[in-house]
Design a protein around this ligand. Sequence first.
Ligand code: PEP
Length: 253
Amino acid sequence: MKTVIANWKMNPQSLREAEGIFKSIKKKILKLKETEVVICPPSIYVNKLSTLNKSNLLNLGAQDIFYQEKGSWTGKLSPKMLREIGASFVILGHSENRQLGENNEIVNLKIKLALKNRLGPIICIGEKKRDNEGDYFSFLEDQLLSALKGIGSSFSKKLVIAYEPVWAIGKASKKIIKPKDLLQIVIFIKKILADKYGIENLEKIKILYGGSVSPLNVEELIREGGINGFLVGRDSLIPENFIKILKIVEKQF
Ligand code: PEP
């Protein structure tokens, strides 16, 4: 099973538009058998969209949670609240949140809380830039191991790792990673995961790619990049493009 996740970020600006995009995607999803789809809209829309999803064709996710379970935290949302209104996944450690000050320790706390509350964590890692010396490998290793600190192998089937190189996010589709470079990173991530969780648990953990994914580049990335799917930003808000992406992924079986 492949997984494709839509990260709508702070879009669209009205519930009506959100419903429209959601319904357009849902209509086409009936034909997918091998691809799990997760829509992560702004949290304020999760409740309403889950009522449109009675047959559970799509999964819903949140884009963040707070790292405390409850209490006096103005403006924050707990994993339990999001679970209760219909989310079953949550994007954590996204580079746009790291840019606002979220560090590896906070990402780790959020992952633990998500797992405790039965939200599947979509754990984002990714280097800001690439250097000729390959220092980004140790940067990625540190991000990944810090995120997974204290999380045992019994959770391995719940973990989704989204490799999102920051330099490739929100760019023209031609500027994204080459499939052979992606494969190199995926092998590197798998080695770290195998050392931590054992080779027997490796296949349970999904590794996705995110960063300017579009119908123009998904085919070679899924065929040659060693990944289990995608995390899609901009193109997940354009139903025609998102559906094209889903169809290409579905075809790779
Ligand atoms: C993202 O920010 O998670 C993302 C993948 O965005 P985009 O597809 O727009 O690069």
